[in-house]
Design a protein around this ligand. Structure first.
Ligand code: PLP
Length: 429
């Protein structure tokens, strides 16, 4: 896990990690819904707004600077994902808008006989755009691979069975925002490629928790949202160059004819790109802090790309430690698995914690999820969330009222302890 000093430095980079705007000390465990903002990101956004608020395309300095910031932002995303070039990076209003954007473009290629294969643990963002194609008669059906609810994993043989010669898209969430499970992306990618299908990944719930390499996964498209990784609302999508060139997205006639501009609806907000570059600078700094533990590792990457891989690997390992504490607790405080009346969904095998994000959905016998979340807040100042997280699996398995906590790099063991003590009190009374 991160040493104490590093955790403190990381927390210092987030103005609201310790206390909220009212000055109330609280534990922020609602990161799956949207993380806290990084100070550097908010400052970079502010500076770009003030200094280069002119739109791009002009010959004067503010406009040129705005263009530079946008290009640097795309390069930052490319470095994080190991994408080959900034031109393969598209920005959008949200992950949802980009999935619709690409699904509409793909729909123009289909004839009505095709199918899309997804899974039962998709976020509706990665369900509705494909179902929309079916409703419009562009494809015949959307098929869904089963989730094994005992351990929260996808039934891979079922997924493989669903893929046939008419499968044109295989799509999957990189990590479930309800169960926390990480999908075996490379393995599923091979299934998609065997069928000659496009491989589309929703990485919204993975991006803040671990490494992503679009070339290694060999995906055709990958989308994520920036407000889940310490920045402002918005999203990015990676697309393979040849697809970005050949597809015909909905666009206005005078917009650029090549990527990324071809896919972007309207001109861009330079401040958004500035904020994201600041997030990447922060992750690079984490990479520098921990790189001495990584001698001889990730040597296939160079420079900033390597530091980012190191940083996200270290984040993932730190989160395994946090997950273990959530489930098992401490010597004097029982974890979720040991508190009577608590049922936890998703992977709980301690040997397999690297296969999940530190996102835990659970229920307490006899107390509604809403009541548990309310009492966690009132009695322990713990920001958790209950209800529906737009996950298909919640509907299929009638789990619309669970409580969810989700941790990221600035959360601490001490916060896990506070959470567990409060939850135990709620369960006893
Ligand atoms: C896994 C997953 N996919 C997609 C989304 C939607 O992202 P956006 O709000 O950027 O459309 C979310 C949001 O919670 C999510 O968790």
């Amino acid at each position: 896990m991160f040493d104490k000093e590093l955790v403190e430095k990381i927390r210092a980079a987030f103005p609201r990690a310790e206390k909220d705007f009212n000055g109330r000390k609280r534990v922020f465990f609602d990161n799956g819904t949207g993380t806290l903002v990084l100070k550097q990101a908010a400052e970079a956004e502010h500076d770009a707004r003030i200094n280069c608020s002119a739109n791009i395309g002009g010959i004067f300095d503010e406009s040129k600077q705005a263009m530079k910031i946008i290009l640097e932002g795309r390069q930052s995303v490319a470095d994080l994902l190991n994408a080959p070039s900034p031109e393969t990076i598209i920005s959008g209003e949200s992950a949802t808008s980009l999935v619709f954007n690409i699904s509409y473009a793909l729909g123009k290629e289909f004839t009505g006989k095709e199918n899309v294969v997804a899974t039962d643990y998709e976020h509706y963002t990665n369900v509705s755009p494909w179902e929309e194609l079916r409703e419009q008669g562009k494809i015949k059906e959307v098929r869904y691979a089963r989730v094994n609810m005992e351990d929260g994993t996808i039934d891979l043989s079922h997924l493989n069975e669903l893929i046939d010669e008419n499968t044109k898209v295989v799509t999957i969430t990189a990590a479930s925002n309800f169960l926390g499970t990480r999908s075996p992306l490379e393995e599923i990618g091979k299934m998609a490629k065997r069928a000659g299908a496009y491989y589309f990944i929703d990485a919204v719930h993975q991006i803040m928790h671990g490494t992503v390499d679009v070339q290694k996964i060999d995906c055709d498209f990958l989308v994520f949202s920036t407000y889940k990784i310490f920045s402002s609302h918005g999203s990015f999508l990676y697309g393979k160059k040849e697809h970005l060139e050949s597809l015909k997205p909905f666009k206005v006639k005078t917009a650029p004819t090549s990527a990324p501009g071809k896919y972007e609806w309207g001109t861009r907000n330079q401040a958004f790109f500035a904020a994201f570059s600041a997030v990447i600078d922060h992750l690079e700094w984490i990479g520098e802090e921990v790189q001495s533990n990584y001698e001889g590792k990730f040597t296939e990457y160079k420079g900033r790309k390597r530091l980012l891989k190191i940083a996200m690997d270290a984040v993932q390992q730190n989160e395994v430690g946090l997950s273990k504490a959530v489930l098992m607790g401490f010597e004097d405080v029982p974890g979720l698995l040991k508190i009577p009346g608590v049922t936890v969904y998703g992977l709980t095998d301690l040997e397999r914690l690297s296969e999940r994000a530190p996102t835990f959905s659970f229920e307490v016998e006899g107390i509604s999820g809403e009541e548990v979340a309310k009492r966690l807040w009132e009695e322990g100042a713990i920001a958790a969330r209950s209800g529906h997280f737009y996950s298909l699996a919640q509907d299929l398995h009638d789990k619309q009222k669970v409580v969810r906590i989700s941790l990221v790099q600035y959360n601490t063991l001490e916060e896990v302890r506070t959470f567990l003590i409060t939850l135990r009190k709620i369960c006893i009374i």
